[in-house]
Design a binder for this molecule. Structure first.
Ligand code: GDP
Length: 203
C-alpha cells in the first residue's frame, strides 16, 4: 500500500513513520552468542536524546526508545527474542514477518554465524518478497581481531562481509558491542533507511 501523503498516516503493518504514530519495529536476528543481547543493552542503556533517559521495557526482550537521528526524533522498538523462539517454529516465522527493519548480526569470529546470517537473509526475502525491508548486516565483535574468521572486503573469497551485503542488497557495518563501537551508527543507519523508504513511499 502507498501513503497518499507525507504525513503520519499509517497504512497497514508497514506504513508507519517512527515519529508520532507507532514506533519503528527493529528486530535483531542472528545465531546464538553473536552479541545480540549486548547490542540491545547498549540501545537500552543510553538514550541519546534529552527527554528520553529511560528505556521502556516490556519484558527483557523488547525495548522502546526515542532517539534523535539527523535532528529528528524517532521511536524505535527493538526486539531481541530470536534465541528464545523455537528454531524454525512459527514464532520465529512471526518474528521474521513483523519487523519494519532488521539487524542481521553475525560474529566476525564465527564463520558459521556468518553463514547463518546468509540463510536468514534468504528467509527474509522469502517471507517478504514484496517489501523493501531495510536490513543491515552487522559483523559484531570486531574488537577480537586475532580471532577473525570473516574478512571485511573478502579480497580472497569475494563473498565476505561487505560483498555479501552487496549481493544481499543491504547495508553493512562492523561493530563491537564490547567496545561500544559503531553500535549507535547501526541504529541510526536503520532509522535513516526506514525514513528513506517512507519518503520514497516504497511500501
Ligand atoms: P546473543 O546470544 O546473540 O544475545 O549474544 P550475547 O549478547 O549474549 O553475547 C554472547 C557473548 O559474546 C557474551 O559473552 C558477550 O559478552 C560477548 N560479546 C558480545 N558482543 C561482543 C563484542 O563486541 N566483543 C566481544 N569481545 N565480546 C562480545
Amino acid at each position: 500500500s502507498l501513503d497518499s501523503t507525507d504525513s503520519v498516516i499509517s497504512t497497514g503493518s508497514t506504513g508507519n513513520t517512527g515519529g508520532s504514530s507507532r514506533p519503528f519495529r527493529v528486530v535483531l536476528l542472528g545465531a546464538r552468542g553473536v552479541g545480540k543481547t549486548a547490542i540491545a543493552s547498549i540501545f537500552a542503556g543510553a538514550a541519546d536524546s534529552m527527554d528520553s533517559d529511560e528505556c521502556e521495557l516490556y519484558g527483557d526482550e523488547v525495548c522502546e526508545q526515542t532517539i534523535t537521528v539527523d535532528g529528528e526524533k524517532a521511536t524505535v522498538t527493538l526486539v531481541d527474542n530470536w534465541d528464545s523462539e523455537d528454531e524454525g517454529g512459527s514464532s520465529q516465522d512471526q518474528c521474521i514477518q513483523t519487523g519494519d527493519a532488521y539487524l542481521l548480526v553475525y560474529s566476525i569470529t564465527d564463520r558459521s554465524s556468518f553463514l547463518q546470517a546468509s540463510e536468514l537473509r534468504i528467509s527474509l526475502r522469502q517471507h517478504r518478497p514484496a517489501h523493501h525491508t531495510p536490513i543491515i548486516l552487522v559483523g559484531n565483535k570486531c574488537d577480537l581481531v586475532r580471532r577473525r574468521e570473516v574478512s571485511v572486503n573478502g579480497e580472497i573469497r569475494g563473498t565476505e562481509g561487505r560483498a555479501c551485503a552487496a549481493v544481499f542488497d543491504c547495508k553493512f557495518i562492523e561493530t563491537s558491542a564490547a567496545m561500544q563501537h559503531n553500535v549507535w551508527p547501526a541504529f541510526h543507519g536503520i532509522v535513516q533507511q526506514l525514513r528513506l523508504r517512507r519518503d520514497t513511499k516504497e511500501n
